[in-house]
Write a protein that binds this ligand. Structure first.
Ligand code: CO
Length: 299
């Protein structure tokens, strides 16, 4: 009895430690022998309609194809607003579901879905739930794995904190100058990751802050901390994969309520850095490493 419980616990523990979600699908036609088409990669992001912000996706695309030169790489945007906006301009981008249906129809039997989101929030979980159905359905994928976004483990959070300090924060910044990273924020529980990132940055450097537009920590909280510190100058940096609409408008736009102008109103001059996290190879490679891990589990 004890041995059986021990064996069960071992299996349970093993399952919990699996670093990626994976699910074997229902086998419609029965797949035997090597997969004629090999695995495919689906890169899933929120999307952007800002042309300059696409530099982030171009970089991820390049690094993915370098890491997997023989693998089919496709893209999908989770935001229907962005997809519809782009469609009106003549650029058709698939939703994750349409992209997966196409891969299925073309005969791919294994797919690694890489979430290019920052946190495992609502969009990641929606993608996960729907991708799972593509493995469960009759005639569906033999195997489909949904791989984690950037900040989905303590280890990755620590790694990203160090990489941002080493690669993104300008070398010319002095220690008394603040760095304010602007995250998106969400109603989803994973919003707590931004507070965790604030804590981790503060442990390394008490002049580095994390705020969000739609979640916590709020901009007001960060502003209060800056005032308490007697900050005179700040660097504003998007904690987002792309430097898109939020970065251009909410962070440093001409409106009175942009972070740049709200800080200016209390005497803090800011320099905005319009570059998405995924534009930096060192950071983009954290997503690529998550994908490499998923691809290992796909074999
Ligand atoms: Co938004």
């Amino acid at each position: 009895m004890y041995r059986q419980i021990k064996a069960l616990l071992t299996i349970l523990l093993f399952c919990l430690l699996l670093p990626v979600f994976s699910f074997a699908g229902a086998h419609g036609g029965g797949h035997t022998g090597p997969d004629p088409k090999g695995p495919a990669i689906l890169l899933v992001t929120f999307g952007t309609s800002v042309p300059s912000a696409k530099a982030s996706f171009d970089n991820i695309d390049k690094l993915t194809k370098e890491a997997f030169p023989k693998v089919e790489v496709r893209w999908a945007y989770t935001s229907s607003i962005i997809r519809n906006k782009l469609a009106k301009q003549g650029t058709m981008i698939d939703s994750p579901e349409v992209a997966l249906a196409k891969l299925m129809a073309e005969g791919y039997s294994k797919v690694a879905v890489q979430s290019l989101h920052m946190i495992p929030g609502a969009e990641f979980h929606d993608t996960y739930v729907n991708a799972k159905m593509f493995g469960d359905m009759v005639g569906g994928f033999e195997k489909i794995i949904v791989s984690y976004p950037l900040l989905a483990s303590n280890e990755n959070m620590d790694r990203v904190v160090d990489l941002i300090i080493a690669n993104i924060i300008p070398k010319t910044r002095t220690k008394d100058e603040a760095v304010v990273l602007m995250g998106h924020g969400t109603h989803h529980t994973s919003d707590a990751i931004y507070s965790a990132m604030m804590y981790k940055f503060q442990k390394k450097d008490t002049n580095i802050y994390v705020g969000t537009i739609e979640g916590n920590p709020t901009f007001d909280e960060v502003k209060e901390m800056l005032v308490t510190k007697g900050t005179k100058k700040a660097y504003l940096i998007p904690l987002m994969s792309v430097a898109g609409d939020h970065s251009i408008n909410d962070m440093s736009g001409p409106e009175d309520d942009s972070w740049l102008n709200m800080l200016k109103a209390i005497g803090i001059e800011s320099i905005a850095i319009q570059k998405g996290v995924a534009e930096y190879d060192a950071l983009a490679n954290v997503w690529i490493d998550n994908l490499k891990n998923a691809m290992k589990h796909l074999q």
